[in-house]
Design a protein around this ligand. Structure first.
Ligand SMILES: C[S@@+](CC[C@H](N)C(=O)[O-])C[C@H]1O[C@@H](n2cnc3c(N)ncnc32)[C@H](O)[C@@H]1O
Length: 227
């Protein structure tokens, strides 16, 4: 619809958005907390008031933030405000404006206790052998729940990393996009986050895969359209 034929209130909102518009970069090298603040200004059509962090852990995403955020985590040890499973959330429908999601990024290593990825990468929970020790099977039930608890036009911001496991490249971000589409989200944007150095375990042998120095921040909207 052309701006000229918008109703008065919407026209005012469009004008104020145009005044404050600053494009967001597709590559991010800073802290997640700063990027999230930019996402929260850039994508919502209305100022977001109810924000859920569905994988709270050490709450690093909210360092220095004055926002009031509901944080859940399945692991009591992180002392979240609410201990809950994000695939069965204790909230009503259409409650939140924004859901933030940062699932465990790499699989646990079966029974190999030497590779203490649990502590280092906040896996929190273990994945069974029949799931390849990985977590992508949790994406579909999570995005279904995120869709339920978000209001229409609500946003899901997800930090997701691909990885190499079981001698294969594991396309976690593709699996998440597919699961989100199946749940009714429209995938709207992809920002590449770069870290200074790759995650390297000294026990790794020679491997013919590039060392991953990036992950993605994906933006989904509970809507038919992105804009
Ligand atoms: C990568 S960490 C999140 C780090 C967090 N964003 C931060 O900045 O500190 C992943 C977290 O997800 C939690 N988690 C894993 N499965 C979950 C589930 N089904 N429901 C809720 N939390 C879950 C883990 O306990 C872990 O704390």
């Amino acid at each position: 619809m052309a701006t000229g034929v918008l109703p008065f209130g919407q026209r005012t909102l469009e004008r104020s958005r145009a005044r404050t518009y600053a494009p967001i970069e597709s590559v991010w090298e800073g802290e997640d907390a700063q990027l999230i603040e930019q996402l929260l200004h850039y994508y919502p059509k209305k100022t977001p008031r109810r924000i859920l962090d569905a994988t709270f852990n050490g709450r690093r995403f909210w360092r220095g933030s004055k926002r009031s955020v509901v944080g859940i985590d399945i692991d009591l040890g992180h002392r979240p405000a609410i201990v809950a499973d994000n695939t069965r959330m204790p909230f009503g429908e259409s409650f939140f404006d924004v859901v933030v999601y940062d699932p465990p990024h790499i699989p646990n290593q079966g029974r190999d206790k030497l590779k203490d990825f649990n502590t280092r990468f906040g896996l929190g929970i273990k994945s069974p052998k029949e799931k390849g020790y990985a977590f992508s099977h949790t994406f579909p039930p999570f995005v279904k729940e995120a869709h339920r608890v978000l209001r229409n036009e609500g946003l899901l911001f997800a930090k997701i990393a691909d990885y190499v496991h079981d001698h294969r490249y594991q396309w976690a971000h593709v699996e998440l996009v597919q699961a989100a589409k199946d749940a009714g989200f429209v995938p709207c944007d992809c920002i590449i986050k770069i870290r200074k150095g790759p995650i390297i375990d000294p026990k790794w042998k020679v491997a013919h895969h590039s060392r991953r120095r990036h992950c993605y921040w994906l933006v989904f909207r509970k809507s038919e359209n992105c804009e």
